[in-house]
Design a protein around this ligand. Structure first.
Ligand SMILES: [Zn+2]
Ligand SMILES: [Zn+2]
Length: 346
């Protein structure tokens, strides 16, 4: 067991600040919460890519997504995965995080000291983005969205088979299958693995905008038609409609004959979430690491010091401490020590 976790010190490559994770030696922020001079952005989700910064640096495959989200005229510099750039004395490179198209882990090196910020990541196969790449480091800043032992994902291929089967049954009954999935990443993952041979696929406008970026990046998605383009509601009978969760309301759903609603998310692992959403079917499909993948990635990194952030960071941090690591929880208010765990949990 370690002594008290080390607080962030002036010698550290990254400093938690009110604006986000700051690298003093290189004078840049990673996924800053507020506009800054230089933002390094791990990926295009709204809680990581925020508007208003003077310049952005990101992995090349995510450029289209970032411009759609932050504005076509942002100052955006891109790097290929693995390409190195020196900022101040810091060598920076971006490595696939396997989360969505263009998602990256940020690797920093200064004087032989290596830090990695995972951003959001998953290690499961996903045909719509480059696979997660393990990166060795001394200090790892890792997401821990699903850092509870209850979160264990079924194989994605099995979940995809469940979705197809659900759609097939609904189609046979003449009903419309409306599948809610996050518009950036999750929707495309489904559309890459469900073929047009299953029937007609329609998309909400928010999904179709992102689809365009994926197709531009040569990610193969099944043929889709925007819901708005359908001549009349009969076109939807037996079809699959992919829409963001925000579209789950009576006004939008009224256009579909006998809609059956499904939701694809890691949160569907928890019965309370399924009930609260009130959907007919929950499909456990996440773009984040589950409990065992989180543990495996920390082990593979070789890091002795870990900052856990997002979701169940306190639980995951405590578990890491039980394994003898110098673990702390990174919150919006800075770094807080991980509680000493009562006992280890395998
Ligand atoms: Zn994300
Ligand atoms: Zn996130």
């Amino acid at each position: 067991m370690n002594d008290e976790p080390r607080p962030a010190g002036p010698g550290d490559l990254l400093q938690p600040t009110a604006d986000g994770l700051y690298c003093p030696a290189g004078d840049f922020y990673i996924d800053p919460r507020r506009p800054v001079a230089r933002a390094v952005v791990s990926h295009g989700h709204a809680d990581h890519a925020r508007p208003g910064s003077q310049s952005y640096l990101a992995a090349a495959p995510g450029a289209c997504i970032l411009r759609r989200r932050l504005g076509e005229r942002i100052r955006l510099q891109t790097l290929a995965y693995g390409e190195r750039l020196t900022l101040g004395g810091v060598t920076l490179s971006l490595h696939p995080a396997g989360h969505i198209l263009g998602s990256a882990q940020v690797r920093l090196e200064l004087g032989g000291e290596i830090w990695v910020v995972t951003g959001d990541f998953k290690t499961e196969p996903d045909p719509t983005c480059a696979p997660f790449e393990p990166v060795r480091c001394h200090t790892l800043v890792t997401e821990s969205t699903f850092g509870l032992p209850v979160f264990r994902w079924p194989p994605p291929a099995a979940v995809m088979a469940e979705i197809r089967q659900w759609w097939r049954e609904n189609r046979a009954a003449g009903r419309t299958s409306v599948l809610f999935a996050y518009a950036l990443g999750k929707a495309q993952r489904v559309l890459a693995q469900i073929g047009a041979e299953d029937g007609d696929v329609f998309t909400h406008g928010a999904v179709e905008v992102v689809n365009a970026c994926y197709r531009k990046a040569a990610v193969r998605l099944t043929d889709t038609r925007p819901v708005a383009d359908a001549a009349d509601r009969r076109a939807f009978r037996g079809a699959l409609v992919v829409a963001p969760p925000s579209a789950d309301h009576a006004g939008w759903l009224r256009r579909f004959p006998d809609a059956v609603r499904g939701f694809a998310s890691g949160w569907m692992r928890i019965r309370g979430h399924r009930r609260r959403r009130g959907v007919h079917r929950g499909f456990v499909l996440s773009d984040h690491a589950d409990w065992s993948a989180l543990k495996a990635v920390v082990a593979e990194s070789g890091a002795q010091r870990v900052w856990a952030t997002h979701g169940y960071a306190a639980v995951f941090g405590a578990w890491l401490r039980s394994r003898g690591l110098d673990a702390a929880v990174l919150t919006e208010n800075g770094l807080i020590p991980s509680a000493a765990p009562a006992q280890g949990d395998a």
